[in-house]
Design a protein around this ligand. Structure first.
Ligand SMILES: N[C@@H](CCC(=O)N[C@@H](CS)C(=O)NCC(=O)O)C(=O)O
Length: 249
């Protein structure tokens, strides 16, 4: 499913690892973390979402859903950040981030699924609490977006951003993020990492969402095991290189 035929055929000629990504995007941060952890050399194609660079015909022809990140490896296009990090772990040397036994692997998958399911909540609160001041929506921007974004769900999202999100919806998104933090806190009460005692893709999937939850104003100290785990994850060199080097906070 994550491997897709690009409509923009030029990417098929790319050799090595190329990442189309954006500095602040949590999904891009997730992929950059795993690239750093595994020590994979890669070429950057930075896409400025605030300048709508993902709306160019060239990029719309790369990612079928019109979002970042997108990875190209020797001409193979992989989309969806969780599928990309699994692909990287499966295809490249470096520390194995999906531990060997089926039991251990089975503990990782649900965290990846929960991390993916949280994206709508993370995105909505990011637009409301951070972007609304920095990049206020206007009718002109919406019209440009609607004319160039082929993904109707995203056009609808931008319309709701322009018109104002329903407060009940915003509260529900915060509750979902808090529920994720509570589940992580329970798991981390009995093990060092989310899926056991070794770091895995589960942790790299989750840490970007936890980091963003803090930026969105949720006090991580309400989740003490998460707070301690987050400190350890943030102390890894990958966190500096994949996250803080792009956006200090
Ligand atoms: N399920 C996708 C979500 C990707 C996504 O939502 N990307 C955001 C940035 S984190 C994006 O490109 N948004 C552009 C837009 O909304 O116009 C993944 O995990 O890769």
């Amino acid at each position: 499913m994550p491997i897709v035929e690009p409509e923009n055929r030029t990417v098929k000629a790319l050799r090595g690892v190329h990442l189309y990504h954006s500095p602040f995007s949590n999904c891009s941060q997730r992929v950059r973390l795993v690239l750093e952890e595994k020590g994979i050399p890669w070429q950057s194609h930075a896409i400025d979402l605030t300048a709508f660079e993902h709306l160019t015909p060239a990029y719309q022809g790369i990612h079928p859903k019109g979002v970042v990140p997108a990875l190209v490896h020797d001409g193979t296009l992989v989309t969806e950040s969780h599928d990309i990090i699994q692909y990287l772990d499966d295809h490249f040397d470096g520390p194995r981030l999906t531990p060997g036994s089926p039991e251990e692997a089975a503990r990782i998958r649900p965290w990846m699924e929960m991390g993916a399911a949280l994206q709508d909540s993370i995105k909505t609160l990011t637009f409301e609490r951070i972007f609304r001041d920095r990049y206020p929506p206007t009718r002109e921007k919406y019209e440009f977006y609607a004319a160039h974004q082929r993904n109707p769900d995203l056009v609808d999202f931008y319309r709701r951003y322009l018109e104002g999100f329903d407060p009940a919806e915003l509260a529900a998104h915060e509750a979902r993020i808090r529920d994720f933090l509570a589940r992580a806190d329970a798991a981390l009460a009995t093990s060092d990492y989310l899926a056991g005692d070794t770091v895995s893709l589960a942790d790299f999937s989750a840490v970007v969402n936890v980091h963003r939850a803090g930026v969105l104003g949720i006090d991580l100290h309400e989740y003490p095991h998460v707070a301690r785990w987050y400190q350890r994850m943030a102390a890894r060199p990958s966190f500096e290189r994949a996250i803080l080097a792009y956006v200090p906070r």
